[in-house]
Design a protein. Structure first.
Length: 95
């Protein structure tokens, strides 16, 4: 799978991808989402990760410390331009 340059330094690189892609963003999975966001908060590539997720309209999972609802709000507020097609998830876990 394609790996972006910045993703090689991702704090989540060797972590279980399911932590960042819970089956739900609500209910019992909320603690999982919060745990993923905490990892993002200490990640050296949080900014490019979030920029990538916004520009490629990643609709699922935690990216750059944000959940899908937060990203939709950011996109709506700033009219982030959309880039071409992109892999669904080049990270975490070296995907
Ligand atoms: S999802 Fe993005 S910001 Fe969060 S740990 Fe992984 S690379 Fe870093």
């Amino acid at each position: 799978m394609m790996m972006l340059d910045w993703s090689r330094r991702a704090a989540c690189l060797d972590l279980d991808p399911e932590l960042f892609f819970p089956i739900s963003m609500e209910g019992p999975c909320q603690s999982q989402v919060e745990q993923a966001k905490k990892i993002c908060n200490g990640c050296p590539v949080r900014e490019p990760c979030l920029a990538y997720a916004l520009s490629t309209r990643q609709a699922h999972g935690v990216w750059g410390g944000t959940d899908p609802d937060e990203r939709r709000s950011l996109i709506a507020a700033s009219a982030v331009p959309r880039q071409g097609s992109a892999p669904a998830r080049p990270l975490p876990g070296g995907r």
